[in-house]
Write a protein that binds this ligand. Sequence first.
Ligand code: SF4
Length: 628
Amino acid sequence: MHDCRMSGNKAAEQIIQWGRSYWMETCFDRAQALKPCPSGATGACCRICHMGPCRFVHGSEDRVEKGICGSKLTTVVARNFLRMAAAGTAAHSDHARELALLLLKVARGETKEFDIKDAKKLSRVAGILGIETDGRDKYELAEEVAKRIIDDFGRQWGILNYIKRAPLKTRERWEKWNIIPVGIDREVAEALHRTNIGVDHDPESLLLSALRVSIADGWGGSMIASDISDILFGTPSPHKSEAGFGIFSDEMVNLLVIGHNPALSEKLLEVLSEPDIIEYVHSKGAQGIVLGDIFGMRHGIPSAGGFTNQELCLIMGIIEAVVVDAQCVMPTLPDLAYNFHTKVITTSSKAHLPGALHIPYDAHKAMETAREIVTLAIDNYPNRTGMGEKVKEKTAVLSGFSPECLENINGDMVRFSFAQLNRAVREGRIRGMVGLVGCDNPRVEATGVHTCLAKELVKDDVLVFTTECGAAACSLSALLNPDEILKEAGPGLRRTCEDLSIPPILHLGSCNDNARILNMLSSIVAEGDLSEEIGGLPVVIIAPEWMAEKEIAAGCYFAASGIPVIMGGPSPVEASQDVEKIMTEEWYEKFKGAIHFEPDYEKIYDLAIEYIDRAREALDLEVYEFGR
Ligand code: SF4
């Protein structure tokens, strides 16, 4: 389907090769040097007690059948999978907790550094939580919303607040199989307890627990994080921006932000427009200052790509400072920075990098911290060494879609309606929808699998929602440039997109914004005329380059919600056919969702289309025909 290179992005490939010529190692070199352990990679290594690790060597003739404690391979594989789902949920949800606590501080006036930017979204969330909104002061309302949401983390009985946002039929399935989460932290703790030595040995029960803890992420932590970000920083709406290594240039002070917490990047963005700062930049001989982003693209911050591009940005030699918070940050950044003048700055109390400068982020003095970081970057501009691979490529991008903006905006750029979208699906102008999500990964042609699948899907009239590194991959390949991608789209999809004024690939945000896909699908169900539940819609999720535990949690919450999920690369449950069968056949029967692991990109594509066409047939929709 595509040539085999390190990265699917030409400019990235150029930087990798330049770095190699100077012995600068990146994740691409490490991925080649370090082969995965055959037991661990397939889920067949248990290390939860100190009698082990017990390795059930996959594919070996003399493979042992039981661990020292008596655990069977199937149990070990399911247990490992559940632990990944719990860890992923913990990461997304801990991020959400920080935002919920920030909202509480803002509401109580304990910090003046942030404010409520979207009062309408606050009222909407309050309404979902069953909180009276009429005539109430926004700070009083925000306090009650924050408290109600914070309750979700430690709740010991009842159910998560946002469960009620799922369509009734979807919830009924969860109720039947007892996978409705009570509290977010409780589910993570219970998953870790269940997977301790000598607790749950039933693979079916362990895997249902993986769904339960992951629903606490998708319909809990991740959804909370997206909602509170909207309340505090504004609900995303479509905006034009740029993507590519060329967002950074010789004449500018270049500042790169890596991480997932929007609070700091919001403040950095604010500082950049201060007259004093602009004057200071000019005093150092630079024409201006650029803030580039790995992962996010909130508020149109230009994107330098996803996970595998972070080291490459440093090799350009023109980055004055890299500021990181938490999640998916490579610990090699300070080592690489040592070759250049670049300063690496950590800000989170829970994410330190040896060799980096630590400037603690504090919500009470966020502007002061942001000014300190920006000033440090400006001061570093005259220290450039001249080393580095200069790349100029960049492309226009339209990003910042959200279910709310699709519902509400009627303007030049977007005049969308779910009724029209559903009609286009029913009539076969849109064949189906795919959420193209997840990491980019140096073990495959990084970013290339995302972009290749995205192009093929839109050609076949499939509307694509994309988030996180998948979205970054699409943005750097000009697939989020509406003018370019519309030319690639199949005739039915193109016509529909032109009618609705939307691009064929919609950028919905970062990792936790996968929850926006759940909300969007709930709106599609509520609109009627397709399926009464999320399950059964002609929708598939593909995470073709996934690598993080967070993606296992996301895969599980999508599957539990009724969506077939196809994850690329080798399977972490390959050692047990029983586990694979539960996650595909049994989950499909119970929830209409499934998780497949499929390393072959063409098979990923074929399987997605097969699911979409099967759903169309089951819903008795018009038979899809290309060129309709
Ligand atoms: Fe081995 Fe059992 Fe200990 Fe796992 S829990 S390491 S299978 S003895």
